[in-house]
Design a protein around this ligand. Structure first.
Ligand SMILES: [Fe+2]
Ligand SMILES: [Fe+2]
Length: 285
């Protein structure tokens, strides 16, 4: 991966074009994660395609087998990848393979924390999305898993300088500081990166608006895109810093717009927890 030389002045970081240019040389996600995402977006992709892709990666295969043998799925070892796929189902395998492959990038505590947060959001978005009606949303797991993609890009361009510039990483404060210091936010960068993949409607929008979902309401998005933006913003807010008071107001507004209430959210958080723990253990987060 290309590492950009340290710069010490905010001015050097001040143009979104520069960040986008840097992004060109950056391996934003591992190849296997990108391939899994394309398979997700491809209506003709089959069970065999997914199996083939995962089996080409030994570490990923062993993680899928481990999860299939976990108490979540009855605690019995799966004979092979194919039987693990049958036991877990295509969506679940896709989700966990994606989580395992993207989080393989974690190299330090910061990245680990970022993925733990993203993974929690992904599992909760999936669980809550299922409860509220699967067809109302566009790939909640993937959108929530990748909502901090822009942070990953910026940290990978130059982690120490970015950290010093921004000061606070996590929560809406991060975006506000980025806007002041850089003239763009991790939301802008993440949305641009996702836009380039042209995977499915809603991914780049969910990333773009995860800290300000109300701003998406004046734009003319189809219902499933808007609902996904709200769901991702909600999970990101409730699993973010607990001291972020403004975010809990936002979470309340999102719950209302999604036609549900805090009791349902609490139930789904409890339901999601064992899976979040299992996934986090798997990826070492
Ligand atoms: Fe964020
Ligand atoms: Fe977040």
């Amino acid at each position: 991966m290309e590492i950009i030389q340290a710069t010490n002045t905010p001015g050097e970081f001040s143009k979104i074009e520069k960040a986008v240019e840097l992004m060109e040389g950056l391996e934003t996600l591992p190849a296997v994660a990108q391939r899994l995402l394309s398979l997700t977006a491809d209506p003709n992709a089959s069970f065999q395609d997914i199996e083939q892709l995962i089996s080409a990666d030994a570490a990923l295969t062993s993680r899928v087998l481990q999860i299939a043998a976990s108490p979540l799925y009855g605690g019995q070892a799966a004979k092979n990848l194919q039987s693990a796929l049958v036991r877990l189902g295509l969506r679940e395998v896709r989700n966990l393979a994606l989580a395992a492959s993207v989080s393989a990038k974690k190299a330090d505590d910061f990245n680990r924390g970022l993925w733990r947060h993203s993974l929690g959001c992904a599992v909760l978005a999936e669980t809550l999305g299922n409860r509220l009606g699967r067809s109302r949303f566009q790939e909640p797991f993937v959108c929530a898993l990748l909502h901090e993609l822009g942070t990953l890009v910026l940290v990978n361009i130059n982690g120490p300088v970015y950290g010093t510039l921004v000061g606070t990483i996590g929560g809406a404060v991060q975006a506000v500081r980025e806007q002041q210091l850089l003239g763009f936010t991790h939301c802008d960068i993440g949305a641009l990166a996702a836009e380039r993949w042209r995977l499915f409607d809603g991914l780049s929008q969910a990333i773009q608006f995860h800290h300000e979902p109300l701003a998406a309401e004046v734009l003319d998005f189809p219902d499933p895109v808007l609902a996904t933006i709200r769901l991702v913003a909600l999970t990101a807010a409730v699993l973010s810093d607990p001291d972020a008071g403004a975010q809990s107001d936002m979470a309340g507004q999102m719950l209302e717009r999604l036609g549900t209430d805090p009791t349902v959210l609490q139930e789904e958080r409890e339901r999601a927890q064992p899976r979040i723990d299992e996934y986090s253990q798997m990826i070492g987060a």
